[in-house]
Design a protein around this ligand. Structure first.
Ligand code: GAP
Length: 501
């Protein structure tokens, strides 16, 4: 679907809407309604089942969202977490350099100096999008963190976390102490991150408050034992720097084995790249031909990274490939910076080994961007029908429950809704309008199943009664005992887990 049609549908169904909408909205902030909230929670659960499920030594924690200034100074965000900002000398409007140069430099401005960006602006006579003037400033770095004064004296400077990752680094020493004193150790966080984006846009794509799910894996750089044979033959759609420099935009299919043997990538990195790719393809159900693993060059990588492949997915509503996640090899950057900043040596002494400073592999995932991705890729029109073909375990509502005739069948249907809820299955009761319209509403909400209670149910009595169980995608219907509905649909509502060893 095109962007505006998709966004209108998501607003109409109460999936999401602009924050403070009655005041005209706030740029870059969105609220989720009932369907959006349930979908987001299930997406977070599916992410945790998969990524925290990669090892017995990976854990989920919930650290604070506010960081004291010494933390963001040590992490490098105070100095480096900037985007180039161009201002109009005439009307004083401010813009992100890559946005203002979108038409003349679609590949973006990563890795360019402010002077080089300024030269492209000048050479192309780029105009201010607000007033049309060509009097645009040379770009200046704009720090994207939200800073504020903290405490009663107001003298303590703090920042809203710009990435959830920092909480894992700050908790590493404590997690080492409470854990098994062994590497690799994984610390995952799912929660809000905040960025004062210069140009928030495309709804969930560039927000000022958004949810990240990030796993930091701390490991010994001298050896990261893992079952590489399990992934060796997996074929990945990669777009490497060398091919990009030749103007290629389509990925090539390369096996995990080749990426290690001839591609120069470490096994631990490719192993996690495979599991990340499998999450997008097998768990979220994104078509593999829409995914590319886009390698960032030295100049383009985030300041903390040694290796970076972004997971980009081709989304019709956003007009091309968009970054929805990434695999970052951060080396010992974070723990060495926080060792220096805090004065606490963060090196560890694993049993039977000499002391070492662990390296970090980060698997990062944008929850909101992927919620949009799930809408872009799975909300489809088939003839007159609009179907949200979500994997069943992500569906906000698992089953719609309808009485054929409200007057006669409502009590039984309502009882069934309660029984399903007690079994942990989200069921939604609907008695209004025709059965066809009720099916259509549930199809659009992504409910994989619908159950109809009718005269036959009632005739057999409350314990033996059968109901019609209808599947969303095939529209096939069968009669099953009402008491068996939960057992029938429950297995499809469990998010998949990876094979561990
Ligand atoms: N800890 C690493 C990190 O934060 P990032 O590439 O800046 O890396 C990770 O962000 C993910 O967070 C991105 O792949 C994207 O999915 C999501 N993300 C980043 N900025 C965002 C924004 N302004 N709005 C929505 N999602 C965003």
């Amino acid at each position: 679907m095109k962007h505006d049609e998709l966004y209108a549908l998501l607003r109409r169904r109460g999936v999401l809407w602009p924050s403070a909408e009655i005041y005209g909205g706030v740029q870059g902030l969105y609220d989720y309604g009932p369907l959006g909230t349930a979908l987001k929670r299930r997406l977070e659960e599916a992410w945790a089942a998969w990524f925290v499920g990669l090892s017995h030594d990976y854990y989920l924690i919930d650290p604070a969202e506010i960081l004291p200034e010494p933390v963001v100074r040590a992490s490098g965000h105070l100095e480096n977490f900037t985007d180039p900002e161009v201002t109009c000398e005439s009307c004083h409007a401010a813009f992100r350099a890559d946005t203002i140069l979108e038409k003349v430099r679609p590949e973006g401005v990563d890795g360019m100096t402010p002077a080089q960006i300024g030269e492209v602006v000048r050479a192309n006579q780029v105009k201010c999008p607000s007033c049309g003037s060509v009097e645009l400033s040379v770009p200046v770095p704009f720090n994207m963190m939200f800073g504020m004064d903290f405490g009663v004296t107001g003298k303590e400077r703090v920042y809203l976390r710009p990435e959830t990752a920092q909480g894992s680094y700050l908790s590493f020493a404590r997690m080492w102490d409470v854990g098994r004193h062994a590497l690799p150790l994984g610390i995952a966080v799912i929660g809000k991150a905040y960025r004062n984006e210069i140009a928030p846009r495309q709804v969930l794509f560039r927000m000022r408050a958004f949810t990240q799910a990030e796993l930091q894996v701390f490991f010994d750089p001298a050896g990261f034992p893992l079952p590489f044979d399990q992934v060796r033959t997996e074929v990945l759609p990669v777009l490497r720097v060398a091919r990009r420099q030749n103007g290629e935009e389509t990925p090539e299919l390369v096996s995990a084995d080749e990426l290690v043997r001839t591609g120069g990538l470490p096994e631990f990195y490719v192993y996690h790249l495979v599991h990340t790719f499998r999450f997008f393809r097998d768990v979220l159900g994104y078509p593999s031909e829409r995914i590319r693993l886009f390698e960032k060059s030295d100049a383009e990588r985030a300041f903390y990274n040694k290796l970076q492949f972004d997971v980009e997915v081709h989304l019709e509503s956003l007009g091309g490939y968009k970054e929805l996640g990434a695999v970052h090899y951060r080396g010992d950057y974070d723990l060495s910076r926080h060792s220096q900043g805090s004065g606490k040596d963060l090196s560890v002494h694993p049993t039977g080994r000499s002391p070492l400073l662990p390296h970090v592999l980060e698997l990062t995932f944008g929850v909101d961007r992927n919620l949009w991705g799930l809408a872009d890729l799975h909300l489809v029109k088939e003839g007159e029908r609009t179907l949200w073909k979500l994997p069943a375990f992500l569906a906000p509502v698992a089953v719609g429950v309808f009485p054929l005739i409200a007057r006669d069948h409502a009590p039984f249907a309502l009882q069934l809704v309660d029984d399903l809820a007690r079994a942990g299955i989200s069921a939604q009761y609907d008695e209004s309008s025709s059965i066809g319209k009720r099916y259509a509403r549930m199809d659009e909400a992504g409910a994989p199943f619908c159950v109809t209670v009718d005269g036959e149910t009632m005739a057999a009595g409350p314990t033996q009664g059968t109901v019609t169980l209808r599947a969303r995608d095939s529209r096939s219907q069968e009669r099953v005992a009402a008491s068996e509905v939960a057992g029938r649909i429950y297995p499809s509502l469990r998010p998949p887990r990876p094979r561990r060893s």
